[in-house]
Design a protein around this ligand. Structure first.
Ligand code: TXA
Ligand code: MG
Length: 337
């Protein structure tokens, strides 16, 4: 299949053409504020099935549905008071609500569950694509299953060119990590996947405590969270401890093997001897660290390193989301000094 590449900046009809492809049952990758998504008409089961094929995604993993506004959300799901309160504060934006699904949402999107994940993206292109198609758009991250979510159009092209109908090319995504997923389908509210909207922010708005599913865990999380995920090609090991100890140990370890990558931060970058190092940004700014994480994984792939050591981050606020992705990518491989 030849993939139509449409550049938002160069082609003023790009969104119109892409919306037509969605309406006709095709697959379109598009930017959102979190990561690029791979979209299909959420109301057409046959189109949604193609998403699983293109990504190589396990079929029990449900897909988030993207809508333009609350009114469109109500057409596909039951919105309770908690959902409405959160929507007022956080939508459009990087928060996905798990809600009881209406019959409009097919089995393929729900992955066999009675609920559906709904998100109102704030990215302008994503919003106009939904508006123009006038349809809810089912979209997982636009990567081959298991790889890091794409934050650049080039990552989407690398993973999915010739496997889908169209890719909307735009700037790098601004958040860089997938949305926070909050299950509001019952009064016992749970965060199923941490993101840049934190548990504390959600609790403040709802004026009550919510539960967070800690990873690693055997508890029920978002079905997709049980698979190895977000991973760079090379084995990833997290090194945790006091800064000086971590730097020294990683330097010792990188001496022993060839082509070992280091993922670190601005504060330590110059202290590492490896020539394959990437900084995620300053430790003073966890949002930037989050934004650059998947990008760093993809850069490590491009550098073709054999092994990667990565510094650890505090599991507070956005740090919870950073460590969630890191630990999954490292397959729980943490060296504590
Ligand atoms: O930021 C994002 O959420 C991006 C952009 C494209 O919107 N999308 C994204 O989709 O990350 P995906 O498919 O890569 O991750 C969605 C996660 C999966 O772990 C899936 O299991 C979970 O959401 N999920 C979807 N529907 C669910 C449901 N009804 N109940 C529980 N978890 C659900
Ligand atoms: Mg994904």
């Amino acid at each position: 299949m030849q993939t139509l590449l449409l550049d938002i900046k160069k082609d003023e009809n790009a969104v119109k053409l892409a919306a037509k492809i969605i309406k006709d049952g095709g697959l379109v990758a598009f930017p959102t504020e979190t990561v690029y998504g791979l979209g299909a008409n959420a109301l057409d089961e046959k189109s949604c099935k193609k998403i699983y094929e293109a990504k190589g995604r396990p079929s029990d993993n449900p897909i988030i549905v993207h809508v333009a506004n609350e009114e469109m959300a109500e057409k596909i799901a039951f919105l309770n008071d908690d959902a409405k309160t959160l929507m007022k504060h956080f939508s459009p934006g990087p928060l996905t609500y798990i809600l009881k699904a209406k019959d409009e949402i097919n089995e393929t999107v729900r992955g066999g569950l009675k609920t559906v994940g709904v998100r109102i993206p704030s990215n302008k292109v994503a919003h106009s694509l939904i508006k123009e198609a006038n349809l809810p758009i089912a979209a997982p991250s636009a990567n081959i299953s298991g790889r890091p979510s794409p934050t650049r159009a080039k990552d989407v092209i690398f993973d999915l060119e010739n496997k889908i109908d169209c890719i909307l090319i735009d700037e790098n995504t601004s958040v860089g990590l997938e949305s926070t997923i909050v299950d509001v389908s019952s009064p016992n509210i749970k965060i199923l996947r941490p993101g840049i909207i934190t548990k504390e922010e959600i609790e403040k708005v709802l004026k009550k405590e919510v539960n967070a599913i800690n990873i690693p865990t055997k508890e029920l999380v978002a079905p997709g969270m049980k698979y190895r995920h977000y991973a760079p090609e090379a084995r990833l090991i997290i090194v945790s401890g006091e800064e000086e100890k971590v730097v020294n140990r990683i330097n010792e370890l990188t001496k022993k093997e060839e082509k070992v990558g280091v993922i670190c931060c601005d504060e330590t970058y110059d202290k590492y001897k490896s020539s394959y190092k990437v900084s995620l940004g300053s430790r003073k700014d966890y949002k930037t660290i989050a934004k650059n994480l998947f990008l760093a994984f993809r850069c490590m792939n491009e550098l073709e390193v054999n092994l990667i050591y990565c510094e650890s981050f505090k599991r507070v606020g956005v740090g919870e989301a950073i460590m969630n992705r890191l630990i999954k990518a490292a397959n729980d491989n943490i060296m504590t000094l």
